[in-house]
Design a protein. Structure first.
Length: 330
């Protein structure tokens, strides 16, 4: 893990976080501790707050990942907070663009957001791990055939949802006249076609939306993906590490499968090359001393090809099993 530290004058968000956190409980429960879920924990102010995107293209994947990591909860309709059943953790559902600020300001102990949002928010957070989803790039774009170098847009009109990063990027390219950066919240790709901009700065994943708007990529400002972050001053360091291990274990389990097979001992060296495992395969002797049993982790995307190769190498009784979760000691 590493720490991302960027200085800025940050707007306070404590009041909003407190309102979302404590305001989510029914009024009766706030007055009567017997009505609060988890009667053994009457005061929730000691719980870890975990910021989760409340909507968007990655919301369902993230919710599935959290449940796969053992965070069991029930979210009531129209409420943006949910309390976990078996851990002193409360999930706070927030706009993805705000999560880095909530974590950086200390109101939320940890959260899930994009590296681009962290950089744009200029907050001090610890990046615990990359989650392998939401991979894209923040790039400078312009109408196709009009711009070959981003310096051609310096001093001109640029529209974006990332004004901080855009201004920093073009500041190093300007030669006298400042770039006119305008911030809008959505449909950035339409800005050039509607006469609002000479170029834009926006996220690109596949490029389909960009090309459909008649734009092309001029340069890349940064590559980004979804990450798990924490506040460096949180008092829940042990619980943060526990959650990191759980999420890491689920991600590993979702990427790998377990293959088990029997193979003649004299062909073991061939089979081990096919299934080296994540660290090393597990090998056990069989009652027939001429044979051994092997278990190894294999990447899910390569599992079928590996089974074919094992069969061709002389292995038998080849079985492939799904993994629901894991702890790999990392």
């Amino acid at each position: 893990m590493h720490r991302i530290a960027l200085s800025t004058a940050r707007a306070p968000v404590a009041a909003a976080a407190a309102a979302a956190y404590y305001g989510s409980r029914p009024r009766e429960a706030a007055c009567d501790p017997q009505l609060v879920p988890h009667p053994e924990r009457h005061d929730r102010r000691g719980e870890l707050l975990f910021g989760v995107p409340k909507k968007g293209r990655l919301h369902e994947k993230i919710v599935g990942m959290l449940k796969g990591a053992g965070l069991e909860y029930k979210r009531e309709a129209r409420l943006d907070i949910a309390h976990c059943r078996d851990l002193p953790v409360s999930l706070v559902f927030l706009p993805a663009a705000d999560i880095a600020t909530y974590v950086g300001e200390g109101d939320v102990d940890m959260g899930i957001t994009g590296e681009d949002i962290i950089a744009e928010s200029e907050v001090d957070v610890i990046e615990l791990m990359r989650l392998g989803m939401g991979k894209c790039r923040l790039s400078v774009q312009a109408p196709a055939g009009t711009t070959q170098d981003p310096r051609q847009l310096a001093g001109k009109r640029v529209v974006t949802s990332f004004p901080v990063l855009t201004k920093k990027y073009f500041a190093s390219l300007e030669n006298g006249e400042a770039t006119k950066v305008k911030c809008i919240s959505g449909s950035v790709e339409a800005s050039c076609g509607l006469g609002l901009a000479d170029g834009i700065v926006d996220l690109v994943e596949t490029g389909t939306t960009m090309r459909a708007a008649g734009l092309e990529e001029v340069s890349v400002i940064m590559h980004t993906e979804t990450v798990l972050i924490a506040n460096p001053h949180s008092h829940h360091k042990e619980l943060i590490e526990l959650l990191r291990k759980r999420i890491s274990g689920f991600i590993t389990a979702s990427r790998y499968m377990m293959v088990t097979y029997n193979v003649p001992r004299h062909l073991l060296h061939v089979a081990r090359q096919i299934t080296p495992g994540k660290k090393s395969p597990s090998i056990q002797p069989l009652e027939d001393e001429a044979w051994v049993a092997v278990s190894a982790l294999v990447e899910k995307s390569k599992a079928a090809t590996i089974m074919d190769s094992l069969e061709a190498a002389g292995a038998t009784d080849i079985l492939l099993s799904a993994i629901h979760s894991s702890r790999m000691g990392d």
